[in-house]
Design a binder for this molecule. Structure first.
Ligand code: ZN
Length: 186
């Protein structure tokens, strides 16, 4: 299990490779549980936290360049500084003929996000291809068979949620795969 979380971290300013901190001079960048993390969080302006080796971003901010190459995007809540770059993220991936991204949002805003894309399609006649998934607190989403994300409740002035990333280690021997728990006990 990894403890990677995207909370609503609006008071945190993360600047990997910052020169202002002498202690970080030798650092090659920020990592969490061994996973490199990039991005920025400037309260009220822009929050986008990227885990390049997991191929995902938490929130999109104003859609920084580095976020575009991530195939999965998890949105914590609908404040503009967290979600404002969403149409640009999808449009830019389309421009580069990248595969449609998968966007996970709190279920309560899914319909509004659908309408947002409909309005943009209507205005510019683009496809804006993407997969939109609504996820509720406690629900899980599998990015891969060995990587899943679970939504947890966060507290904010509007509905919001964070996400925990779990890496799933396959410990069973090949011959046991597919058997039920009861059969494994015997
Ligand atoms: Zn907010």
């Amino acid at each position: 299990m990894t403890g990677s979380r995207s909370r609503d971290s609006e008071q945190v300013t993360q600047k990997p490779n910052s020169d202002s901190d002498p202690a970080s001079k030798k650092a090659r960048g920020l990592t969490i549980e061994g996973y490199p993390v990039e991005g920025l969080s400037i309260g009220g302006h822009e929050t986008c936290i990227i885990f390049p080796t997991l191929n995902l971003s938490f929130d999109i901010g104003r859609c920084p360049q580095r976020a575009i190459s991530q195939d999965f995007l998890f949105i914590s809540h609908a404040h503009m500084d967290h979600i404002g770059g969403l149409p640009m993220y999808v449009a830019t991936r389309g421009l580069y003929s990248m595969k449609p991204p998968t966007i996970i949002v709190p279920t309560c805003i899914k319909e509004d996000v659908e309408q947002l894309f409909e309005v943009h399609r209507k205005m510019d006649q683009s496809e804006l291809n993407h997969n939109l998934v609504g996820l509720d607190v406690g629900e899980e989403f599998y990015l891969r068979k060995d990587l899943k994300v679970k939504a947890f409740k966060t507290y904010h002035v509007i509905p919001s949620q964070g996400y925990v990333v779990y890496s799933i280690k396959q410990k069973l021997k090949q011959e046991y795969i597919g058997l039920s728990g009861n059969k494994l006990k015997t």
